[in-house]
Design a protein around this ligand. Sequence first.
Ligand code: AFP
Length: 414
Amino acid sequence: MAATMLRTSTQSGIAAKSGRKEAVSVRAVAQPQRQAGAASGFAASSGAAARRSVVAQATAVATPAAKPAAKTSQYELFTLTTWLLKEEMKGTIDGELATVISSVSLACKQIASLVNRAGISNLTGVAGNQNVQGEDQKKLDVVSNEVFKNCLASCGRTGVIASEEEDQPVAVEETYSGNYIVVFDPLDGSSNIDAGISVGSIFGIYEPSEECPIDAMDDPQKMMEQCVMNVCQPGSRLKCAGYCLYSSSTVMVLTIGNGVFGFTLDPMVGEFVLTHPNVQIPEVGKIYSFNEGNYGLWDDSVKAYMDSLKDPKKWDGKPYSARYIGSLVGDFHRTLLYGGIYGYPGDAKNKNGKLRLLYECAPMSFIAEQAGGAGSTGTERVLDVNPEKVHQRVPLFIGSKKEVEYLESFTKKH
Ligand code: AFP
């Protein structure tokens, strides 16, 4: 499956062996495309020195513009591209990272359009394959994965990508510069697609680890180890995390470590427009979002916690409300805006629950913390968990700070 997906040229014997069960797929980007950055206005710098000088120049000329300015015209749009440029001018991110984020936003626009037309373009239903975790892949899972990989490879700043839909991380050879590591779930909640219910993409971006450079090498086993080591970083090292919600509107929410910002896709203009500056999650919120069908499989601490939320005597006659879409991006987005808690505990069948640390729990926890909330496994901060495997699962409790603390007051006792 993977071998047919990248629109890139195969350069080494390693790549020639690529396939579903292969240890690692190594592919070369035929033409590192400077246009990706240039088209969106980002500096196409080739090295750290050049990067510094571009940032310095931009800062010297344009620092005053970095401050949010009042609109000068009712037709002025503050887009994701504008926001990225301003962050680059401030020195929060470099041109390479801005380019990677921009390529993710392009993938999201393409997926939004595919999701929107799924029912009329024969893109509903299953693809006929299973991913490495034994889950049936939907047609749109496969297509969205391809879209993400194409966008990330062609921007020329991505060194390794790891996806829910890939068995192993994929190294992108001959990246132009930057070498960022991108982990993603291209279409989360895809079992909702055929019913037209909200789905989303989730992503996280890391810098390459200094201990394991990912230069091209002939030994596929060694290459795979380097890729896996680069990908398996704790969430505390994330440079950027975000998600895109495909729903009544398409909303991209992201953090680069200085707060959380939400951009809504304006379908008439084709651009993400800043609509949610500096999102703050309410400190408390009386909505819980758990799959309660699993109640009988939870351990006693989670059962006791759930019982307490539903006990009217504890809450002045007004117990918590239940809301559950079954799509993490949708459930998390509501939690971020309205407050409350989302939980996917471990249970008697799956002691670590269902959700994946690298491309679901860690990026969402980074966003939650940056918005003033919290993300916990029930016993520890999600961002502190050191991944041992690419597709590792962990229990997740995420949302309003006080709500997560309340949950931990039960789970940490056991
Ligand atoms: P799918 O992508 O298979 O629909 O799984 C979605 C998901 O990973 C996450 O988005 C949901 O919150 C969670 O699983 C729902 O799982 P349950 O169906 O077990 O409640």
